[in-house]
Design a protein around this ligand. Structure first.
Ligand code: GDP
Length: 369
C-alpha cells in the first residue's frame, strides 16, 4: 500500500530512491521486512548505526532535516533548542539561526544533574550563552534543566508559555540530548500520560513529529533528532556508551602531573602535558571512564600495548578514526572541553598536545568551578 513509513531511528520518511538522502532503505530489504510483517523499520543509516556502530557518511544538515528547518522561518513559532550541557559541540545544530528566521529561540541546556554541585549554575549558563552566540544564536532565554531529575521543568514550561505568545512550539535538537525524555516529562505534566515517546541511551531514537496540543489550539511539536556526526558516541558500541555518557553526578578526579606526563581517557583521548609547573589537573568525565597517567616518553608504547584492554573504551580501538594532534598553551587556568567526553581543568602557563579521533572537537573556556 502507499501508506508513508517512517524510520523509528531518526524519524525520516522512508524512501528507496536516493541513498544519499535521509530515510533511505534499500527496496529489497523494505520488501523483505514488509513480507515478514514487521511493524518497525530503520533506515539504512540508523540500522548501521545500531548494528555496526558506524556512522554513514551523511551531511549534518541532511535534506530531510534541512527541509524541516527551512519550513520554520515562515511559520510563526517559538523554537526550543535542546542541547546537552555535557556535550555542547556535539549537540549544537550548525546554522540553526539561519533557518529560524525572526522566530525567538529558547535555549535549553539539559542534563544539568550531571554537573557536580561545586559547579556554579550561573557560570554554566553564561558559558552556554557565549557558546550559542558564537554559533549566531541569540536566545530570548537560557534555561538549565534535567529532564531526568525533573529539574527546572516548571521554569521551562513557564518560559515556553511566556515567549510563545499563541504560537506553535518546535522542539529541536540533535539525537541523545534528552529531547524525548524532556518531551515525555512535558507530556506527563501537561496531559498526565507518561512514556509516550521511546527514549534510549543510544543516539538516534526519536519517533517522527510528536504533537502535544496546547490549550489555545496551538501545539508543541517534537521534531526528529538529527545526528551530529561529531558525537563521540558514534564510535562506540551500545554497551560502551555508559563509559562516556554520565548517568549520575560527576565526581571530579584529581591528578598531579609533572611534565612531560600524559593522561589517557580510556583509549579515546590523550593529553600530553609538555611543559609547565607541577600541577593538579582535574578531570570531569563519566565516573567509570578509566583515566590513566603515564610518562609521555613511553605513552605511544603504552597505548599500543593497552588500548582495548586497560585503556577502554573502545574495546576495539581499530574502529576509531585516526588520532589528530592539537597543540595549545594556556595563560590562565582553563577548562579543556572534549566534545562528548567532558572536561579537564588545566593550570595557567602550561603547554599541551591533545590527541583526539579525527572529527572530535575540543574547546577552551574559563573554568566553570
Ligand atoms: P533524544 O535522542 O534527544 O530524544 O534523547 P533521549 O531522551 O532518548 O535521552 C538520551 C539519553 O540521555 C538517555 O540515556 C537518557 O536517559 C539520558 N538523559 C536524558 N535527559 C537526561 C537528563 O536530564 N540527565 C541525565 N543525566 N540524563 C538524561
Amino acid at each position: 500500500n502507499n501508506e508513508a513509513l517512517y524510520c523509528i531511528g531518526c524519524g525520516a520518511r522512508l524512501q528507496s530512491e536516493d541513498p544519499q538522502q535521509a530515510g533511505y532503505i534499500p527496496a529489497a530489504s523494505l520488501k523483505k521486512q514488509l513480507a515478514d510483517d514487521q511493524a518497525a523499520f530503520y533506515c539504512q543509516r540508523c540500522f548501521r548505526l545500531r548494528h555496526y556502530n558506524e556512522i554513514a557518511d551523511i551531511a549534518i544538515d541532511d535534506d530531510e532535516f534541512t527541509r524541516l528547518l527551512n519550513g520554520l522561518d515562515h511559520k510563526k513559532a517559538l523554537i526550543v533548542n535542546v542541547v546537552d550541557l555535557f556535550d555542547f559541540d556535539g549537540s549544537v545544530i550548525p546554522g540553526l539561526h539561519r533557518y529560524v528566521g525572526d522566530n525567538p529561540i529558547l535555549l535549553v541546556g539539559n542534563k544539568a544533574d550531571l554537573l557536580p554541585k561545586s559547579v556554579h549554575r550561573s557560570r554554566v549558563r553564561n558559558w552556554l550563552e557565549q557558546q550559542a552566540n558564537q554559533q549566531g544564536l541569540h536566545p530570548v532565554a537560557t534555561i538549565l534543566t534535567s529532564a531526568k531529575k525533573n529539574f527546572q521543568l516548571d521554569e521551562l514550561l513557564a518560559a515556553i508559555d511566556k515567549y510563545r505568545q499563541h504560537r506553535d512550539v518546535y522542539v529541536v535538537g540533535t539525537t541523545n540530548v534528552g529531547k524525548s525524555t524532556l518531551i515525555n516529562a512535558i507530556i506527563k505534566s501537561t496531559v498526565g500520560a507518561s512514556d509516550l515517546i521511546t527514549t534510549s541511551q543510544f543516539p538516534g531514537t526519536t519517533l517522527d513529529q510528536i504533537q502535544i496540543p496546547l490549550a489555545d489550539g496551538q501545539s508543541i511539536i517534537d521534531t526528529p533528532g538529527i545526528i551530529n556526526g561529531t558525537q563521540m558516541a558514534h564510535f562506540l558500541g551500545k554497551n560502551e556508551l555508559r563509559y562516556i555518557s554520565p548517568q549520575t553526578e560527576i565526581r571530579p578526579k584529581v591528578f598531579q602531573l609533572t611534565p612531560p606526563q600524559t593522561l589517557f581517557l580510556g583509549a579515546l583521548a590523550r593529553l600530553d602535558y609538555l611543559s609547565g609547573k607541577r600541577s593538579s589537573l582535574v578531570v570531569y568525565v563519566e565516573n567509570q571512564l578509566l583515566v590513566h597517567r603515564t610518562k609521555t616518553a613511553t605513552a605511544d608504547d603504552f597505548y599500543q600495548r593497552h588500548a582495548g584492554e586497560l585503556l577502554t573504551p573502545p574495546a576495539d580501538p581499530k574502529k576509531l578514526p585516526e588520532f589528530r594532534r592539537h597543540e595549545f598553551q594556556t595563560h590562565q587556568p582553563q577548562d579543556l572541553v572534549i566534545s562528548g567526553l567532558g572536561w579537564i581543568r588545566i593550570p595557567a602557563n602550561s603547554h599541551y598536545a591533545l590527541y583526539l579521533p579525527a572529527g572530535v572537537g575540543y574547546s577552551l573556556r574559563a573554568p566553570i568551578v
